[in-house]
Design a protein around this ligand. Structure first.
Ligand code: NAD
Length: 303
């Protein structure tokens, strides 16, 4: 069944996601602040709107794919909720603060609409291929109503719980990933200092209790996993600034909840510094470069 969808935010992720909704036979009205992105979406069959509110006025579902919580809340509060027809389903796929997601749910409900937070994993490659994983928070009815649309954009959708639960799952998962990537990287650096070959460590750990995604899929050193970003000069992949962003959200949630998670907070600190410096354009696995001991200078002191 064809649904009329307003899609707001047609960037790296939103552009291909909107295109997949068109491919699945839906009527998609799109808007982005950047005219070139709107034009690119139009060439994929998205009908360009002159504003987010114009797109929402004619839609049964409003999907947002925006940089951060402040963009989502500002858009909702400054016209989008007022423009939509009563009972419109608002699906926010952006990665945002859990507290912002809960505030967004409240604003949507207060305006007489329905809400689902549904952040994704899978990156631009998954957005283009329609193989994203959605982590959803909200009511069971809202999750069921969004089902056909999530199926058109992804290959898996998990209903994680009530408002904000999708965002909570996303930051918990990425906190595991960041800590495990740093752990795997530190193990390779220790192996180097002990004269242990990368491949030998990989052959043992990949089938032993050290096994994890950071090792067997996104291995931070070149060689053992030919498809990992380390073999292409750490071209992303999952860019370090996106990991830093997600860890910042996790750190906010840790502090707000009074949760003592020293490794999560340390990972957030390391990735923030890395993303602002040499990691700005690199895959997050390149953090291994920062963990090696500094080469001694000619006079023997560390560089
Ligand atoms: P992006 O910057 O490419 O796209 C965001 C778009 O939102 C931009 O085109 C921007 O012009 C538009 N925008 C901002 N404010 C707007 C407004 N008021 N009205 C209309 N358009 C507006 O970012 P992205 O990489 O597509 O990421 C989008 C979201 O998905 C982020 O929350 C990000 O954390 C999350 N995410 C990204 C990836 C990834 O690999 N890129 C993976 C998982 C999740």
């Amino acid at each position: 069944m064809s649904t009329t969808i307003a899609f707001i935010g047609l960037g790296h992720m939103g552009g291909p996601m909107a295109a997949n909704l068109v491919k699945a036979g839906h009527r998609v009205l799109g808007f982005d602040l950047v005219p070139d992105l709107l034009a690119a979406a139009a060439s994929a069959g998205v009908r360009p709107a002159v504003s987010a509110a114009e797109a929402a006025a004619d839609a049964e579902v409003v999907v947002t794919m925006l940089p951060a919580g402040r963009h989502v809340l500002a858009l909702y509060r400054e016209g989008l909720l007022a423009a939509a027809r009563p009972g419109t389903l608002f699906v926010d796929c952006s990665t945002i603060d859990v507290a912002d997601a809960r505030a967004a749910h409240e604003a949507v409900a207060a305006a007489g609409h329905r809400a689902l937070d549904a952040p994704v994993s899978g990156g631009v490659v998954g957005a283009e291929a329609g193989t994203l994983t959605f982590m959803a928070g909200g009511g069971a009815e809202e999750f069921a109503a969004a089902g056909p649309l999530l199926d058109a954009m992804g290959s898996k959708a998990v209903h994680c719980g009530g408002p904000g639960a999708g965002q909570a799952a996303k930051i918990c998962n990425n906190m595991i990933l960041a800590i495990s990537m740093i752990g795997v990287s530190e193990a390779f650096v220790l192996a180097e200092s002990l004269g242990l070959d990368h491949q030998a460590l990989y052959d043992v750990a990949s089938t032993a209790s050290g096994q994890c995604w950071a090792l067997t899929v996104n291995c931070p050193v070149p060689g053992p996993v030919p498809t990992s970003p380390a073999n292409r000069d750490y071209r992303p992949g999952f860019a370090a600034p996106l990991m830093a962003k997600d860890l910042g959200l996790a750190a906010n949630a840790l502090r707000a909840g009074g949760v003592d998670a020293p490794l999560g907070l340390k990972a957030a600190e390391l990735y923030a510094a890395f993303a602002e410096g040499e990691g700005a354009g690199l895959d997050f696995s390149a953090i291994v470069r920062t963990l090696r001991p500094a080469a001694p200078t000619p006079n023997g002191s560390p560089a």
